[in-house]
Design a protein around this ligand. Structure first.
Ligand code: CMX
Length: 136
C-alpha cells in the first residue's frame, strides 16, 4: 500500500520562529509557505532527501494542531506515507479494522489528496495517507 514517506509533520507555535533552524542550522531546502484552510494550518515545507519536513502552525485555537500543542506541546505531530490511491488505501485500512478520521480523501498541502488514520487505532502515531494529485 505504501510507496514511501511523503513528509513528517511537526507542530509549531510560529513558523517564522522555527524556519531559520530548519533552513539555516540544518541547511534544508526551503520550499515555501502555504495556508491549508481545510486543515486549519499555515504550513512551511522543506526538502530533505526524497522526503519533506512539514511545519504546521495553527490558524486558530480550534485547529487540531492548536489542541495538540495545548495538550502535548510543540514537536512531532504526524507521519505521511505516499500511496497510489488515497481513497482505496483508506478503505483498505478501514476494512482491516483501522478507525479513520477522514472517510473520504481531502485536499492537503500542495493540492495533494490526503486522509488521516486515527492515532488511537495506529498505536499513538497520527498517520496520513498522501496521494500526489494536483487540484483541478
Ligand atoms: N498524535 C498522536 N496522538 C494524538 C495526536 C497526534 N498528532 N493528536 C491527538 N492525539 C490524541 C490525543 O492526545 C488524545 O489522546 P488521549 O485521549 O489519550 O489524551 C486523542 O488523540 C484525542 O485527541 P483530542 O485532543 O481529544 O482531539 P480530537 O479528538 O478533537 O482530535 C484528532 C484528534 C487526531 C482526530 C485530530 O487532531 C485530527 O483530526 N487530526 C487530523 C487533522 C490534522 O491534524 N491536520 C493537520 C495536518 C495538515 C496537513 O498535513 O496538511
Amino acid at each position: 500500500m505504501v510507496k514511501g514517506i511523503s513528509h513528517i509533520g511537526i507542530a509549531v507555535c510560529s513558523l517564522d520562529e522555527q524556519i531559520p533552524y530548519y533552513r539555516d542550522v540544518l541547511g534544508l531546502s526551503f520550499l515555501g509557505k502555504e495556508t491549508v484552510e481545510d486543515q486549519g494550518v499555515h504550513v512551511a515545507m522543506f526538502k530533505v532527501g526524497d522526503t519533506r519536513i512539514e511545519l504546521l502552525e495553527p490558524i486558530s485555537p480550534e485547529s487540531p494542531v492548536a489542541k495538540f500543542i495545548e495538550k502535548r506541546g510543540e514537536g512531532f505531530h504526524h507521519i505521511a506515507y505516499s500511496v497510489d490511491d488515497c481513497k482505496i488505501s483508506l478503505k483498505k485500512a478501514e476494512g482491516m479494522g483501522i478507525r479513520l478520521i477522514d472517510n473520504e480523501p481531502r485536499f492537503g498541502a500542495d493540492g495533494h489528496l490526503i486522509g488521516f488514520l486515527h492515532p488511537k487505532s495506529t498505536f499513538g502515531v497520527l498517520t496520513e495517507l498522501t496521494q500526489e494529485h494536483k487540484k483541478p
